[in-house]
Design a protein. Structure first.
Length: 164
C-alpha cells in the first residue's frame, strides 16, 4: 500500500477509509450506508468479503464467506475443526453460520475514540484472505473428503520448507 494514503486521506468515516483502500488496490466494490462488499481472487476460489460499520459500538467488522456449504450432519466435526484452526490465527476467527450452512472468517477492529487507518484496513483484508487460502483445504477435506477434524487440521497445518 502507498504510504501517502495514510498521510493525505483524512476522513473520519471508517467505510470511507475502506473505500480508499479498495480503490488504491483496484478492487471493485459496492457500498450502502453501513457496508462495503467486494471480492478478491483466492488460491482456491474467489473470496466474497464485506466490511460492516457498527456505529452503536464503534467497531468495524470484516467478514469473508468461504464457498463451502456445511451439512448439518458434520456440524460437530466442523466446530472441532474450527477450534483447531482458530488456535493458529493471529487475527480474526472462523465461525459457522448454522442457518446459512456457511463458514465465515470474521475480524473486528474497535475504534472507540479513534479513526481507522488504511494500514489497519489492509492488514484486516490480508489476514482474512491468508486465513481463507490456508484453511480452505482443511474445511474441504472435512466436508467433502470425509476426513476427521484432526486429519483435516493436520493436513492444513503441514508446512513445507524450500521448493521442490
Amino acid at each position: 500500500m502507498d504510504q501517502t494514503i495514510e498521510q493525505t486521506f483524512a476522513s473520519d468515516e471508517p467505510l470511507d477509509i475502506v473505500e480508499q483502500v479498495l480503490m488504491e488496490e483496484q478492487h471493485p466494490y459496492e457500498r450502502d450506508m453501513l457496508e462495503v462488499h467486494f471480492a478478491i481472487a483466492g488460491a482456491w476460489s474467489d473470496h466474497q468479503l464485506w466490511f460492516a460499520w457498527r456505529p452503536d459500538v464503534q467497531t468495524l467488522h470484516l467478514h469473508l464467506g468461504l464457498d463451502i456449504k456445511t451439512p448439518p450432519s458434520r456440524r460437530a466435526d466442523l466446530c472441532d475443526l474450527m477450534a483447531r484452526v482458530n488456535e493458529r490465527l493471529p487475527l480474526g476467527h472462523f465461525d459457522s453460520w448454522e442457518e446459512e450452512q456457511a463458514i465465515v472468517y470474521r475480524s473486528t477492529l474497535p475504534l472507540i475514540g479513534q479513526n481507522a487507518g488504511p494500514l489497519q484496513v489492509s492488514t484486516m483484508i490480508a489476514a482474512a484472505t491468508e486465513a481463507a487460502d490456508r484453511f480452505f483445504p482443511a474445511f474441504n477435506f472435512l466436508i467433502w473428503a470425509g476426513k476427521s477434524p484432526k486429519e483435516a487440521a493436520d493436513a492444513a497445518m503441514f508446512e513445507t520448507v524450500g521448493q521442490a
